[in-house]
Design a protein around this ligand. Structure first.
Ligand code: NI
Length: 167
């Protein structure tokens, strides 16, 4: 396994729309394992392939307390949504930034597992939010883009300043 470098907003590669995975093979299983290792090391509760500059529709997440329940979603699709909730989100691609985001409270998601078998989940709460956040990444969208234009431009200015200090 290997740790993968994570792209940071506003890297334009984060706006790439990921392509569906045609065959779930050893290469995809290796990518999922590397992404899981990268997510746990960060540490984070979810990671989309887009964030490691691989533009295929795969995401990993683990919302358990003891980090023992890895879930892998290949070609995830939201079949239905209901309700509304608002919560603070963060992202490994936007370190140190937490903002309120409105999401659907419940989502029904269909995906393939690591064996290429189709499954469905009825997600609510943190799992539902996490799935929507990661599927957004696969569609080229980062959560801060839900902010108002003013807030987003302030955030970009702040990140640019941070980058200057770090570099
Ligand atoms: Ni994220």
């Amino acid at each position: 396994m290997a740790l993968l470098p994570i792209l940071h907003f506003p890297d334009p590669r984060l706006h790439t729309r990921a392509k569906p995975i045609m065959v779930v093979d050893a290469g995809i299983r290796k990518l999922a394992a590397d992404m899981a290792e990268t997510m746990y090391a960060a540490p984070g509760i979810g990671l989309a392939a887009t964030q490691v500059d691989v533009h295929q529709r795969l995401l990993v997440l683990d919302i358990s307390e003891d980090k023992s329940q890895l879930q892998v979603f290949i070609n995830p699709e939201i079949l239905s949504r209901s309700g509304e909730c608002e919560g603070e989100e963060g992202c490994l691609s936007v370190p140190g930034i937490y903002e309120m985001v409105k999401r659907s409270e419940r989502v029904q998601v269909r995906a393939l597992d690591l064996e290429g078998k189709r499954f469905e989940v009825d997600a609510e709460g943190l799992l539902a939010v996490c799935l929507q956040h990661e599927i957004d990444h696969l569609d080229g969208k980062v959560f801060v883009e839900y902010l108002s234009r003013l807030k987003l431009s302030r955030l970009k200015a702040r990140l640019a300043k941070q980058a200057r200090i770090t570099v």
